[in-house]
Design a protein around this ligand. Structure first.
Ligand SMILES: Cc1cc2nc3c(=O)[nH]c(=O)nc-3n(C[C@H](O)[C@H](O)[C@H](O)COP(=O)(O)OP(=O)(O)OC[C@H]3O[C@@H](n4cnc5c(N)ncnc54)[C@H](O)[C@@H]3O)c2cc1C
Ligand SMILES: NC(=O)c1ccc[n+]([C@@H]2O[C@H](COP(=O)([O-])OP(=O)(O)OC[C@H]3O[C@@H](n4cnc5c(N)ncnc54)[C@H](O)[C@@H]3O)[C@@H](O)[C@H]2O)c1
Length: 488
């Protein structure tokens, strides 16, 4: 057993861990980055990037099929599943190579391979080869897919996102369980790529939406193209021959059907990789799920006696917002404070922003209306503005005129506080709104910003004007065309 002593140990060489490493190195040369699995990060290997590559192929197929609506004939759209997966893996590997190249810039002594766990509050056992003592420690161990026991019936036909991106060819059929962000992104993409897909959820939730109006609108819109049952009644899941047999109540007919699928894809959430860290040995205060108590602005954990700990936690492991940009921000703050300890500093956290790459896209910015009502003292404190994309000029032009957006602001101050968006190319509008929220802009000020014509963002202006009217800070919209041009 090797014995080593370092200033700062970072557990996990994912996006949060790498970000922490770069910050920590500004304070000390004695920083070690420990990785127990494969290098390359979840984002590049099995997360953001390969999923977006699959979605991009699906978009190409969809556009080809939809071309007829413009009077452009594209006959016989055929999907070459092997070619789709070959491109996906080729580009995915290039993204992973990029991460590996930056990993290689960390010298050999700065890297340690093996699964880490706490032996005591300052000591980690890495694999069965190294006992590592560290002055401060950053936990950046990410998360992994989780699913209910009932899926065991699918046997080896049960797959998760990691498996999808290793396929050499597209399968014939997939039952997607989970109508959250991952299930909808992958389910819709596979469906558009010619795979027979059914998507099953529980409790009615669709993607990230908290607003019932958006949830219902999205449910209806997605079902125009795919089978999505967010409140599915699934009676049994069994491995049969080479397939998985699923008995369920069909949403529209109410009939009990048994259908066979090549795979069951579990997209039912992720759990933090903290259960095998022996956190009890670290002396940390843990919640009932075993997640350390952490200060959101310093990423510093607390000890069981409520004193501040020398342990920090970042990224998916912290169970805050399991998103890439959050992992990087949190890793930076945690690495900075691990280096400065005990003189920790409050880090800059951005406003919440999530974008889901379905078509239409989904996004949430800031807080939901319910959260805002709680925070600001009841429903009377918050105004909602709305716009629908069915008649919006640019959306009609590109034949993507489905969508509904809702924006929230505070009465009195008129300050913009949050939004839920469902609509075409909403990723850009989501950024405008997140940036406005960062700048603490009020709705009148946002309306003073330039809007080009004809663009999707004119739909945002309509929602802002509606919001301003409801805040009683502006006149109602009377004649849209006369004021702004056709299709505002
Ligand atoms: C399919 C999919 C699509 C996604 N799409 C998006 C998207 O479009 N946009 C977005 O913002 N986010 C997206 N995400 C989320 C995003 O990928 C994650 O939030 C982000 O990658 C988390 O980074 P991390 O550093 O916390 O974890 P990771 O990158 O998973 O790093 C954790 C590392 O810790 C290692 N480790 C774990 N335990 C130990 C241990 N005990 N000892 C040593 N090493 C250990 C692991 O092997 C791993 O390498 C997606 C996720 C998935 C699954
Ligand atoms: N575009 C993006 O940013 C993006 C894309 C994909 C994944 N991600 C990340 O990955 C994480 C995990 O995504 P996810 O969709 O797995 O989690 P999620 O928590 O968003 O959704 C899980 C869904 O599964 C449903 N569910 C739970 N048990 C079920 C069951 N037995 N049967 C059917 N449905 C069930 C839940 O009701 C929920 O809707 C996300 O939190 C997100 O951070 C992000």
């Amino acid at each position: 057993m090797q014995e080593r002593k370092v200033d700062i140990a970072i557990i996990g060489a994912g996006s949060a861990g790498l970000s922490a490493w770069h910050k920590a190195r500004q304070y000390s040369d004695s920083v070690v980055l420990i990785e127990g699995g494969e290098y390359g990060t979840t984002c590049a290997r099995v997360g953001c990037m390969p999923s977006k590559l699959l979605i991009a192929a699906a978009e190409a197929a969809h556009q080809a099929r939809e071309a007829g609506g413009f009077g452009v004939r594209v006959d016989n759209v055929a999907i070459d599943g092997r070619a789709v997966m070959t491109r996906l893996k080729h580009e995915r590997d290039r993204f992973v190579d990029g991460v590996m190249a930056s990993m290689r810039r960390i010298d050999g002594a700065g890297r340690l391979q093996g699964h880490a766990r706490f032996v005591d509050s300052h000591t980690l056992l890495v694999g069965d080869h190294t006992r590592l003592e560290a002055r401060t420690i950053v936990i950046a161990t990410g998360s992994r897919p989780s699913w209910p026991d009932a899926f065991a019936g699918a046997g080896d036909r049960l797959v998760v996102n990691d498996d999808v991106f290793d396929w050499d060819d597209l399968p014939t059929s997939v039952a997607v369980f989970g109508t959250g962000v991952l299930g909808l992104e992958l389910g819709q993409a596979l469906d558009r790529l010619g795979v027979r897909v059914r998507m099953f959820g529980v409790g009615g939730s669709i993607g990230p939406f908290k607003e019932e109006a958006l949830r219902r609108y999205a449910d209806r819109t997605l079902n125009e193209e795919s089978y999505v049952d967010p409140d599915a009644k699934v009676e049994s899941i069994e491995r049969e021959g080479d397939e998985v047999a699923i008995r369920f109540i069909e949403r529209y007919s109410g009939q009990c059907l048994t259908e066979h699928f090549t795979y069951l894809l579990a997209a039912t959430g992720r759990q933090p990789n903290i259960d095998s860290l022996d956190l009890g040995q670290a002396g940390l205060a843990l919640d009932d799920k075993g997640v350390p108590h952490v200060n959101r602005f310093t990423l510093q954990c607390r000890n069981a006696d409520d004193s501040p700990s020398h342990v920090f936690i970042a990224g998916d492991a912290s169970q805050q917002l399991p998103l890439l940009h959050e992992a990087i921000t949190q890793g930076g703050i945690a690495g900075n404070n691990a280096g400065r300890f005990p003189d920790v500093r409050v880090g800059k956290r951005n406003v919440a922003l999530a974008i889901i790459f379905t078509d239409p896209q989904m996004a949430t910015i800031g807080a939901s209306r319910t959260e805002l009502e709680e925070r600001h003292g009841g429903c009377d404190a918050i105004a909602t503005g709305e716009a629908c994309f069915e008649d919006q000029g640019r959306a009609v032009v590109i034949r993507q005129n489905r969508g509904l957006i809702r924006l929230y602001a505070e009465y009195g101050s008129g300050q913009f506080l949050g939004a839920e968006l469902f609509g075409p190319r909403i990723e850009h509008m989501a950024h405008l709104l997140a940036w406005s929220l960062e700048q603490r802009m009020n709705v009148s000020r946002m309306l003073e910003m330039p809007f080009y014509h004809p663009v999707i963002e004119e739909g945002l202006r309509s929602a802002l004007r509606d919001l301003n009217t409801r805040l009683k800070q502006g006149p109602p919209i009377t004649e849209r065309c006369m004021e702004f041009g056709p299709g505002d």
